[in-house]
Design a protein around this ligand. Structure first.
Ligand SMILES: Nc1ncnc2c1ncn2[C@@H]1O[C@H](COP(=O)(O)OP(=O)(O)OP(=O)(O)O)[C@@H](O)[C@H]1O
Ligand SMILES: [Zn+2]
Ligand SMILES: [Zn+2]
Length: 804
């Protein structure tokens, strides 16, 4: 007998191990590791992954596998191993690791039904629930779960009249389309046409159309083409002349668009040099990590694409990761234009079904290249020739839920297995990556010049305190306003960027200083003009705006901060002739809106593009000659040791949108702290000086890249419990780790209360702690019971990017 080790779909500490199941004989030759199965588990039925097959088990009575859900493994050997690496490095459950690698469509959907065990039982049911089963023998659990029938149903289940049945379903299935084809030879069909009665004109047309098509035709187009009804077709089916069949099709999100083909550009000397190093490594199957440090507009994408061409020539595959937010139609167009149908695209804007179809193209080896956001790093390619991570400094490459992996680490892991290079590209590399490049761990490739002859844009810093002193109370400085007017007259375009991260339009009483806060979380509510409501951005709580202060009752309630809506209003007042496109969460929430707005701007249908973070990167519009940053400092004051780095990156990226082509560009940065080095150095395009300066501070305060970090966050509805547990964890770790490790805390988290739960944290800074993983696992084990039974929650992030 053969036995399968199965990881079941219960993300909990107690079930985080393989369970043995017997493989029924009929599946002995079919079942392979990496396939999904359905198994009985306690009283339930669950989906699971087979991770290993063996011929013996120590378990005495094995339950059999109930169903095999795949024909070929959905996780190959490499990905199964990668799952183990993820559980070790991020301390996640194996099931979470495997599920993260697959499209959501393959995740199980559990459904429960209540079924009459025997027909005769119908009469024995309590009267109250008899009507439920009047003309059926099963009732969906959802129908009754919140009803008064639950009690009598439970009783009937205990008495054995009813039973609960579990179904495991897929979230989405392959899409099929009905086709029609001839079921007999052309001669037979010809004879049949002659034999048709004169009034069967439509049937004749149908057969003639199929004869001339000489292949299966989609049912819909056949009926449209001939004007025949489905009934006419059915009668031909009944005669055995034609047959219907379902053919699988892909949902193609880009199906309705054509992408003009592009040819490789002839490279600049710098590009050429960078490319040849990468190609050398592709040709020799050498695992190396390159850091392609190239200023904005230096043509990094062209280098990526020509390197990919080499990979494809070698018959290998490539993964290109881009941040979700810059996976704009522009980027897609560039890759589809160069590589056509060889590309799959994966991002969160796709439906579950569309993502599944793109994934299947990869799984079936119908494409050789995937361009996608973070999770595309798990693309099931088996012959990888290169992995590219564009804008490698982006924090969105770190997943902020289990498994808390960083795509860069996964990329390096996979590339090592495949013996291929990784290319990390950025105009503003993360300090971690640049430090590694300086140490020679990564190979540094540099593009110092822009492709266009104009070079980097001129940057002007405006001190907004000065503006106020000289009587300008507007949100636009005089310099920015003049330049906006100037561009308008010249028919050139401007981009206005509002830095909104860590910043909110809070509501404050000018009389007593009272700020309206979320009753469940420790943060202020944000004013939303649409609907006149105040919303909590963490838990979703909302309430209508008030005009009276809840604390002192006076009417001087005011909305502070600047939102994009407010900027737009002001623009309409000051520059009524300007056509403005606003891009923020409100205007881009509908599917396709993001893309449409950018296309309109690209076609010159607007003079000013006003937006938040989502317009900061990747955009490449020739007519943009002015970039205005309305408030540069908002990210500076986040409670995060990366605040300066993030500010520098953001300002450099957004400035980089100006003057990328023939026309020279200019940037205006408005700030209240012009002297801050992040702002001053971004204005000078001086990454190197910023790096030096910031590294000194990181070293002094013991932060990455000098130290590794692990952040433990404990939350509980009772503050004393949260503190006590954090305290115990900190004490335990102090005892377990070496004296070199620095354990900070317990302290209240920057967001000290969320969803009515108090949050405390403990941060560990360390250089080398062989005992670390073991100690953290011990912490998880120690509190496993409290976490699963009670109100305690503990999250451990072994490489935190948000400190909140
Ligand atoms: N060798 C070349 N010859 C002519 N044009 C080029 C060449 N390389 C790139 N370009 C063009 O220069 C522009 C900028 O290139 P690209 O967008 O790749 O820059 P980037 O380095 O990715 O910049 P960013 O970091 O700002 O996104 C693009 O329009 C691109 O088509
Ligand atoms: Zn809240
Ligand atoms: Zn008040």
């Amino acid at each position: 007998m053969k036995v399968a080790e199965v990881i079941v779909d219960v993300p909990a500490r107690q079930t985080d191990r393989p369970f043995d199941y017997a493989i029924p004989e009929k599946w002995e030759d079919i079942l392979q590791p990496g396939m999904r199965v359905t198994v009985p588990f306690g009283t339930r039925r669950l989906q699971g992954f087979v991770i290993h097959i063996k011929s013996h088990s120590d378990v005495k009575t094995l339950k059999p596998i109930e169903a095999v859900l795949d024909v070929t493994p959905v996780l190959n050997e490499e990905l199964l191993e990668l799952g183990k690496y993820l559980t070790e490095t991020t301390l996640c459950f194996a099931i979470s690791a495997y599920q993260a690698m697959l499209p959501a469509a393959l995740k199980a959907k559990y459904e429960k039904e209540i079924r009459l065990v025997r027909e005769e039982n119908r009469a024995l049911l309590p009267e109250t629930i008899q009507p439920l089963f009047q003309d059926r023998s099963t009732v969906d659990w959802k129908e009754v779960e919140h009803s008064d029938w639950l009690r009598p149903l439970q009783k009937a289940i205990q008495q054995g009249y009813l039973e609960v049945v579990y179904h495991v379903k897929e979230k989405a299935a392959a899409k099929t389309v009905k086709y029609v084809e001839l079921a007999q030879s052309h001669e037979e069909v010809g004879r049949a046409i002659d034999a048709l009665p004169a009034n069967a004109a439509k049937q004749r047309q149908l057969l003639t159309a199929l004869l001339s098509a000489n292949e299966a035709v989609p049912l819909r187009s056949l009926l449209e083409q001939t004007g025949a009804t489905y009934a006419s077709l059915k009668s031909l089916v009944a005669k055995g002349l034609v047959a219907e069949k379902e053919i699988e099709v892909y949902r193609d999100p880009y199906g309705d668009r054509s992408f003009p083909t592009t040819a490789p550009l002839s490279l600049t000397a710098e590009q050429e040099k960078a490319l040849s190093s990468v190609i050398e490594s592709v040709r020799t199957n050498k695992h190396e990590v390159f850091l392609l440090y190239g200023v904005t507009g230096s043509g990094k994408t062209e280098v990526y694409m020509q390197a990919i061409e080499e990979v494809l020539r070698q018959g290998k595959e490539a993964i290109v990761l881009v941040p979700e937010i810059s996976l704009t139609p522009q980027m897609v167009k560039r890759f589809k234009g160069r590589f056509g149908s060889q590309v799959a695209v994966l991002h969160s804007g796709l439906s579950i079904g569309e993502k599944y179809d793109e994934w299947r193209k990869i799984h079936r080896k119908e494409v050789q290249l995937v361009v996608g956001a973070r999770s595309a790093i798990f693309a099931p390619f088996e012959n990888l020739g290169m992995i590219i991570i564009d804008e490698e400094h982006e924090t969105s490459y770190k997943q902020e839920e289990n498994p808390r992996y960083h795509a860069r680490d996964v990329a390096i892991y996979r590339a090592r297995v495949h013996g291929c290079p990784v290319v990390l590209g950025s105009a503003t590399p993360s300090l971690e990556s640049f430090a590694r490049a300086k140490k020679g761990v990564y190979q540094l490739l540099t593009l110092q010049k822009r492709v266009s002859d104009n070079g980097m844009p001129d940057v002007h810093i405006v001190d907004m305190r000065e503006e106020l002193r000289s009587g300008n109370r507007s949100m636009f400085s005089r310099a920015l306003f003049e330049k906006l007017k100037d561009r308008l007259h010249k028919g050139e375009q401007s981009v206005l960027f509002l830095n909104r991260r860590g910043y909110s339009t809070f509501v404050m009483c000018r009389g007593c200083g009272y700020v309206i806060r979320c009753p469940h979380c420790d943060i202020s509510l944000t004013y939303h003009r649409a609907g006149q409501r105040l919303k909590c951005h963490y838990c979703g709580y909302e309430e209508p705006i008030t005009y009276h202060c809840p604390s002192c009752g006076n009417e001087h309630i005011r909305f502070f901060g600047t939102g994009t809506q407010k900027v737009e209003e002001e623009l309409t007042k000051l520059l009524p002739e300007a056509r403005v496109i606003r891009m923020d969460v409100d205007t881009t929430s509908r599917k396709g809106a993001h893309e449409r707005l950018l296309a309109e701007f690209g076609e010159g249908k607007a003079d000013i593009l006003l937006g938040t973070q989502m317009i900061a990167k990747g955009l490449d519009f020739p007519k943009v000659t002015l970039v205005g940053v309305l408030a540069a400092d908002t990210t500076l004051h986040l409670p995060d040791f990366r605040a300066s780095e993030k500010t520098f990156q953001l300002l450099t990226q957004v400035s980089g949108r100006a003057g990328r082509h023939a026309l020279p560009g200019e940037v205006v940065i408005q700030t209240y702290t012009p002297e801050h080095y992040s702002i001053a150095l971004a204005a000078k395009h001086d990454y190197d000086a910023f790096y030096q300066r910031e590294m000194v501070l990181r070293k002094m305060h013991g932060y990455p890249p000098f130290y590794y970090l692990t952040l433990i966050t404990v939350s509980h509805p009772e503050i004393t419990k949260a503190v006590a547990v954090t305290d115990k964890i900190a004490a335990y770790l102090r005892a377990q780790l070496s004296n070199e490790a620095i354990i900070l805390g317990p302290v209240a988290s920057p967001i000290a209360r969320l969803h009515d739960r108090y949050r405390y944290q403990c941060m560990i800074k360390y250089k080398r702690e062989p005992n670390m993983t073991r100690a953290l696992k011990a912490v998880i084990d120690r509190y496993q019971h409290d976490v699963s039974q009670g109100d305690l929650s503990i999250t451990i992030d072994t490489n935190p990017y948000t400190m909140m």
